[in-house]
Design a binder for this molecule. Structure first.
Ligand code: CMX
Length: 186
C-alpha cells in the first residue's frame, strides 16, 4: 500500500504519476496533472460531499455463475451469501464473503443477455475485474459531488442494485480506467 502522505522523494511517491503516461501533457480532466501535485496537498477537505465509507465489493465478470461460485468455494474457500437476478442491469449475480464476512465482498456478475454491460465486457476483455464499488450513505449526494468535480456519472438518477441498494457509476474513462460503483445500501 503506498503512503502518499509522505513526500521524501522515495520511489513510492512515484505512484501519483502512474496515470500520466496515458493522459499526456495536453490532457484535461480530473486526472490531468495529478503528478504535479505534492501528495501532502491532497487534503481530505477537497473530497467533502463524496464521503466514501468503505470498499463495498469488487465485481468480477464471469461467463457462468454456478461454475464461478464453485471455483471460488473450492479454491479460495469463499462462501456464497447472496444470489439474485437484476433484470435492469442484465445480470445474474452472487455475493461471496471473504473470511468472517465483515469486509468487502466479491461480486460475481454473469450476463443475462448478449446486449448487457457484462456481456459486452466479457466480449471485449474476457472474464476478470469489472468494477470497484464503494459504500456511500447517500448516493445522490455522492454523485452530485463527483459531477461537480467534472466526472461523468452514468445515470441521472440512482438505479436499483444488489439487495435493494441504490447505485450509480462513474464512467471508467473518468476514473483512471476503473468502473467505479457507488452503493447506498437498502
Ligand atoms: N472497466 C474499465 N474500462 C471499461 C469497462 C470497465 N468495466 N467497461 C468499458 N470500459 C472501457 C472500454 O475498454 C473502452 O475503452 P477504449 O475506448 O479505450 O477501448 C471504453 O470503456 C468504452 O466506453 P463506452 O463506449 O462508453 O463503453 P461500453 O458500451 O462498453 O460501456 C460502461 C461501458 C461502463 C458505460 C457500461 O459497462 C456500463 O453501463 N456499466 C454500468 C452498468 C454495469 O456495469 N452493470 C453490471 C453490474 C451491475 C451491478 O454492479 O449491480
Amino acid at each position: 500500500m503506498t503512503d502518499v502522505s509522505s513526500s521524501n522523494g522515495s520511489p513510492e511517491n512515484l505512484t501519483v504519476n502512474h496515470f500520466q503516461p496515458d493522459i499526456g501533457p495536453e490532457a484535461s480532466g480530473p486526472l490531468a496533472g495529478a503528478g504535479n501535485e505534492d501528495p501532502r496537498h491532497v487534503e481530505n477537505s477537497s473530497f467533502s460531499g463524496v464521503e466514501l465509507l468503505r470498499i463495498d465489493h469488487v465485481g468480477i465478470a464471469v461467463p457462468d455463475l454456478e461454475e464461478a461460485i464453485r471455483f471460488y468455494a473450492e479454491n479460495l474457500g469463499l462462501r456464497c451469501v447472496h444470489q439474485e437476478t437484476n433484470d435492469e442491469q442484465g445480470v445474474r449475480e452472487a455475493m461471496l464473503a471473504v473470511g468472517d464476512g465483515t469486509g468487502p465482498k466479491l461480486q460475481l456478475l454473469a450476463p443475462l443477455r448478449p446486449d448487457s454491460a457484462i456481456a459486452k465486457f466479457l466480449g471485449r476483455s474476457g472474464p476478470g475485474l469489472q468494477q470497484l464499488a464503494y459504500t456511500v450513505a447517500d448516493v445522490e449526494k455522492a454523485s452530485d459531488a463527483l459531477r461537480a468535480k467534472g466526472l461523468r456519472l452514468l445515470y441521472d438518477t440512482p438505479r436499483r442494485g444488489t439487495a435493494g441498494s441504490r447505485i450509480n457509476f462513474v464512467h471508467p474513462k473518468d476514473a483512471g480506467g476503473v468502473l467505479v460503483e457507488l452503493v447506498e445500501p437498502a
